[in-house]
Design a protein around this ligand. Sequence first.
Ligand code: ATP
Length: 151
Amino acid sequence: QNTVVIKTLNRVVKNFELIHEDFDFLLHYDQLENGIVRMSENHFEQIMIILLDNAVKYSEQIKKVDIIVEESKEDIKITVKDYGVGIPEKDLPKIFHRFYRVDKARSRAKGGNGLGLAIAKNLVEGYSGTISASSTLGEGTSISLTLPHHI
Ligand code: ATP
């Protein structure tokens, strides 16, 4: 079960561009040696949809999302970076918990159940990958996942 990362990202990004015409989705990568992760394409797509959906949902004035792909010896790291509302530091460790939502009133207005990131984490860890978040309140959020190469 393998996924060609850039090819799949291009397809997902194209769909997001059609749905969210007011946003810029920018895919950044250098020449990749391998470029293939050990994960089914369906699961990879599902994770990217969750992360891009959140980036759009929690952006305000700056409607820009960077998707950065970096390759190391063992794995491929994909970062989805937005310039939106951000997440308070105290909430950051909890956003991957089931049903956890920061600022319930504000989040509910945006729709959702607080399940997206829990599902993403489950999928990533099922393939021996990792997922993490960094954020500055009012400046934006980056969610990174690392997935082992297909050898
Ligand atoms: P859904 O179940 O539809 O994905 P959700 O967005 O509330 O709903 P998660 O994706 O699990 O659920 O996210 C959990 C919480 O983390 C969100 O409610 C939101 O408060 C916060 N969050 C997630 N991504 C971002 C982001 N890019 N910027 C700011 N806050 C975020």
